[in-house]
Design a protein around this ligand. Structure first.
Ligand SMILES: [Fe+2]
Length: 234
């Protein structure tokens, strides 16, 4: 896409990240495939397996479709020690806009209720808040207010992570950290009115979750990646 071999840049991200430390899990915040076929999801699974043999949690984005993605990848939740990573499905098949249905929200509430002894990270695809890019902000989760209100009132919920914006976002709702992660391919330009590409490198985010419920996080970018954008390839 846009001249970037997205499998190649994904391998660059995974190679660098796994060279830094072996994580307990990999969290993929959506748009796993642009061409959402069984072969695409199999290919993603195979690329992840080249670098990591532990658990993965993959969220569907606006380019994904629930089937076959949900048949081939873990898309609901992961339990890691004292922590629950729970997926909030914000996608709707075949549309870029976000929607968290009552059923999607109920699934997250139920998962958190069933894991009352666990600290929680909620992962979703679309931003739940404005990211200062009007062309992207129209696709944020429109009915996020209730959701954020509810999550921020749960002491066990320690953060929310999301994708879609192809840029770093560090926001809060009350005390709840809201963390947007760069894309593993090209980036969108921060604070842009209209579609605009940034020259920043493919990136990823480390989440360090302590047994006492603490969250620290850091965004890293691949070094020396031969990123060449071709805007004619949209
Ligand atoms: Fe997206």
């Amino acid at each position: 896409m846009l001249g970037v071999d997205t499998a190649h840049s994904l391998r660059a991200v995974l190679g660098q990240a796994m060279g830094e430390a072996r994580p307990d899990a990999v969290l993929v915040t959506g748009d796993v495939a642009h061409d959402p076929t069984e072969q695409s999801y199999d290919r993603v699974r195979a690329i992840l397996a080249e670098f990591f043999d532990g658990p993965t949690l993959c969220l569907p984005g606006n380019h994904d479709v629930a089937e076959p993605m949900g048949d081939l990848l873990q898309t609901t939740e992961l339990v890691l020690g004292r922590w629950l990573l729970v997926a909030l499905d914000s996608h709707v098949d075949d549309t870029p806009e976000a929607e968290v249905s009552d059923a999607d929200f109920a699934r997250v509430r139920d998962a958190i209720g069933c894991h009352s002894e666990h600290f929680v990270i909620v992962a979703t695809h679309h931003p739940p808040v404005h990211v200062d890019c009007p062309w992207l902000d129209k696709d944020r989760i429109q009915n996020a207010q209730l959701l954020l209100e509810w999550l921020s009132e749960r002491p066990s919920v320690k953060g929310m992570v999301f994708g879609h914006a192809h840029q770093v976002v560090e926001a809060t709702y009350r005390e709840l950290p809201l963390m947007g992660t760069p894309s593993t391919c090209f980036q969108f330009a921060p604070r842009s009115e209209n579609f605009a590409i940034d020259t920043a490198m493919p990136g990823y985010r480390w989440l360090t979750l302590s047994p006492e419920g603490g969250v620290t996080s850091e965004v890293r970018r691949v070094q020396d990646y031969p990123l060449q954008i071709d805007l004619s390839d949209r």
